[in-house]
Write a protein that binds this ligand. Structure first.
Ligand code: NI
Length: 167
């Protein structure tokens, strides 16, 4: 197991569109395990491969209090969605910044599990938000992209300064 380095906005690598996973093998399972360890250590509730500079369609999520309900999604797709709700979001790639984003309230997704088996499930509430946020990362989008240009500019400046100071 290994902790992976998380890219910070506005790193242009976060804009990369991830490629589908072609084989669910031991190397992929190792990456998923390392991503989960990195997410728990941060601590965070979701992490997309894009954020650790691996541009494949893989995300890990765990919104449980006990951190014992790890959900690994490979090649996730939203097959249907309903409703719209505004909620506050944050992101491990945008440290210290929280703002409101409107997302679908419920989603139905299809993905592969760590054995390469296809499954579908429904999600609502925080899990639905988290899934949409992570799939956004795979498309090269961070939640900041949903905010006004003015706010994006402020966040960019703030994080560039922060990353210079901690280098
Ligand atoms: Ni994020």
């Amino acid at each position: 197991m290994a902790l992976l380095k998380i890219l910070h906005f506005p790193d242009p690598r976060l804009q990369t569109v991830a490629k589908p996973v072609s084989a669910v093998d031991d190397a992929l399972r190792q990456l998923a395990a390392d991503m989960a360890e990195t997410m728990y250590a941060a601590p965070g509730i979701g992490l997309a491969a894009t954020q650790v500079d691996r541009h494949i369609r893989l995300v890990v999520i765990d919104i449980s209090e006990e951190k014992d309900q790890l959900l690994t999604l490979i090649n996730p797709e939203i097959v249907s969605q309903a409703g719209a709700k505004e909620g506050e979001e944050g992101c491990l790639s945008v440290p210290g910044i929280y703002d409101k984003v409107t997302r679908a309230e419920q989603v139905r997704i299809r993905a592969l599990d760590l054995n390469g088996q296809s499954f579908e499930r429904e999600a609502e509430g925080l899990l639905a938000v988290c899934i949409q946020h992570e799939i956004d990362h795979l498309e090269g989008r961070v939640f900041v992209d949903h905010l006004s240009r003015l706010k994006q500019g402020r966040i960019r400046k703030k994080l560039q300064k922060l990353d210079r100071e901690t280098m």
